[in-house]
Design a protein around this ligand. Structure first.
Ligand code: FO1
Length: 312
């Protein structure tokens, strides 16, 4: 059983590659929910939807989020009424948010809804939110604390980042299916997908004693660096690392995860950095995923690396 930890667009690419090489019953994706927010009165879970749509093969290929070919009639009509249109909700995507909001209000746990949506979209592997309790990333910036989507989308990640808070994380517990996997002897590897460590992976690791339980589990932990050649493949990560005084490259990622990881996969562009990484084993391989074949090749690299570390 392979357990992947993923956030949004970057993580979803490797999550798809793994889905192509693993049988569904041997694979689960734990998804960050600290990007979630209530917008227009709707419960929005961007990373859950990005992973689910990507594995269902319906994600917008240009953005990685939202539904391919979606229309925006609702948003146009909302704009005419003076409503908030900065967060672009497509008409088909809207159905997900409306139905999730209804089922949450009826008292259903987020993980039950996520599992049902994945099943209805013919997604084989388990798509599991990190927690059924709300956790919200607050980005501390030079303008004060900003809700995550405000920072990333409305402000286009312009404010300078000073730190992060995860509101509600003290009360959060791993979702039941995640909790079971943390103790499952059948788990043979944990894969930290190339998502932003601060806003996509740390919220998952920061829940209760998740980090300690992963560390204690005998399965190897493999991370794929989301930074290639000192730049983030997607999103504001390199700028975040710099404003936090961290090396904005794969060595900074290895330092960030520290003793949690047994191995890290870095791109050929960072071959010269490989020797500077102390602690985890390093595998140099193509990590930029442009095509489906790239996603599958990286998945195979990760699984081969994990097997080698498990055997050692
Ligand atoms: N990201 C944007 O940069 N602009 C948007 O208008 C936007 C809308 C959106 C709608 C639904 C959804 O599931 C995701 C959406 N995202 C948008 C992406 C989202 O903000 C980020 O991908 C995650 O929160 C970070 O991984």
């Amino acid at each position: 059983m392979i357990v992947a930890l993923a956030g949004g667009v970057g993580g979803a690419k490797l999550a798809l590659g793994l889905a192509r090489v693993l049988s569904p019953e041997d694979y689960a994706i734990i998804v960050n929910t600290a990007d979630d927010f209530v917008h227009l009165g709707l419960a929005i879970s961007p990373d859950l939807d990005t992973v689910t749509y990507t594995l269902a093969g319906i994600a917008n290929p240009a953005t990685g989020w939202g539904i391919a070919g979606d229309t925006f009639g609702f948003l146009e009509a909302l704009g005419r009424l003076g409503g908030e249109t900065w967060f672009r909700l497509g008409d088909r995507d809207l159905a997900t948010h409306v139905e999730r909001t209804r089922r949450l209000a009826a008292g259903e746990p987020l993980s039950t809804i996520a599992a049902d949506f994945a099943r209805r979209l013919d997604v084989g592997p388990a798509v599991i939110p990190m927690s059924d309790q709300p956790v919200r990333t607050i980005v501390e910036t030079d303008e004060g604390g900003l809700d995550f989507q405000d920072y990333l989308v409305r402000r286009r990640a312009q404010p300078v980042v000073r730190g992060f808070r995860y509101a509600g994380i003290e009360r959060a517990r791993p979702a039941p299916a995640f909790d079971r996997l943390l103790d499952a002897p059948g788990v043979t590897a944990f894969v930290i997908c190339p998502s932003n460590p601060f806003v996509s992976i740390d919220p998952i690791l920061g829940i209760a004693d998740v980090r300690a339980r992963i560390r204690r589990h005998p399965a190897p932990v493999i991370a794929v660096s989301p930074l290639v050649g000192g730049a983030a493949v997607k999103g504001p990560l390199a700028a975040m690392m710099r404003s936090l005084g961290r090396p904005a490259d794969a060595t900074g990622i290895a330092l960030h995860y520290g003793s949690l990881i047994d191995g890290i996969v870095v791109d050929h562009a960072d071959d010269a950095l490989a020797h500077a990484i102390e602690g985890p084993a390093v595998r140099v391989a193509p990590t930029v995923m442009r095509s489906l074949d790239d996603r599958i090749a990286l998945a195979r690299t990760v699984l081969t690396f994990a097997a080698a570390l498990a055997g050692s």
